[in-house]
Design a protein around this ligand. Sequence first.
Ligand code: MG
Length: 295
Amino acid sequence: MPELDGLVPSGAHAQRVATGATWSEGPVWLPARGSLIWSDIPGDRILEYSPATGVTGEYRTAVEFTNGRTLDLDGSIVQCSHGLRRVERDTGGEITPIVDRFEGRRLNSPNDVVVAADGAVWFTDPSYGITQPAEGHPGELEYGACWVFRYDPATEELAPVVTDIAQPNGLAFSPDESLLYVSDTSGASDLSDVGHHIRVYDVVAGVPVNGRVFAEIERGVPDGFRVDEHGNIWTSSLDAVIVYAPDGSRLGDIPVPEKVANVCFGGPDGTELYIAATTSIYRIPTLTRDAAARP
Ligand code: MG
C-alpha cells in the first residue's frame, strides 16, 4: 500500500476483530473504558469490543435504533437516535435528550454527529430512520426536508446550516474547523450515478458557505467518515476505506471485505482505525490520529 506511506504502516491490512452484527454503524472509542462501542442498527442494540480481552458483548439493548455517535468535550457520548428522532447523551449509561424538534416539528432521524470545539452539536438529519422499517419507526418528514443542523447547548438554539444536500449523512470538520465536510448518500444503490459524494463548505462565523463537491465515490456511497490531524479524509465506501488529501486527491484505499458504513480512530494512543462494516468491526494501525482528538 505504498500510496498510504506515512499514514499506514508498511504491510498493514484491515483485520476483523469483532463480528455478529447485522448492520454496523456509529463506532466510537471510549478512552475511559478502553473499548469500542458501535450501533447494530437493525439489531436495535449497541455492541462493545474490548481489545484487552478480545471479548465482544452487548453494551445496551432496546436502544431505539441509535446510529452515529461522538464524544462531547466532557467525555460523555453524544449519539443519534432514529427511533426517538433525536440527538441524545449517554453519561455513564444515563440517557438524556439533547434536541428533538425544529420549530415544533420532530426531526427526521438524526444519522451522524460531531461536537465542535465551542461545544456546539452539529448533526445530519436524513430520512432513513423513518423510511426503512428495519432502522426505526415509519414516519413523516415533519419539517419537509433533510438538513444539517447546528445546536447550541448554551442558547438551546437549533439552526439549519446545510440545506442543499438530498440525504446528508456523514460529517466532519477540518482540524481548524474552517471547513465542514458532509456526505450525500441519496444514491444509496451501490452503483448509482447520483448522490454518492462528499461536499465541502467554508465555515464563516459558524455558518457553512460556498458548498462544492469535494470527492465522488465510485463504488458505493460515502456514509460516515473522519478527518485526521493532517486534514486527510478517511471515508467509507462499498468495499474500502478511501483516503483523500485535503486538496481532494485520492491518497489510497484500505480494502475491506464487507460494505463499509463508518470509521473512527481509537486505541490506547488514538492511532488505530476502527472500521464498521456490515456484520463486523475491522481494525488497521495508522500513523495519525483524529483531527478532533482531545488530550
Ligand atoms: Mg451514517
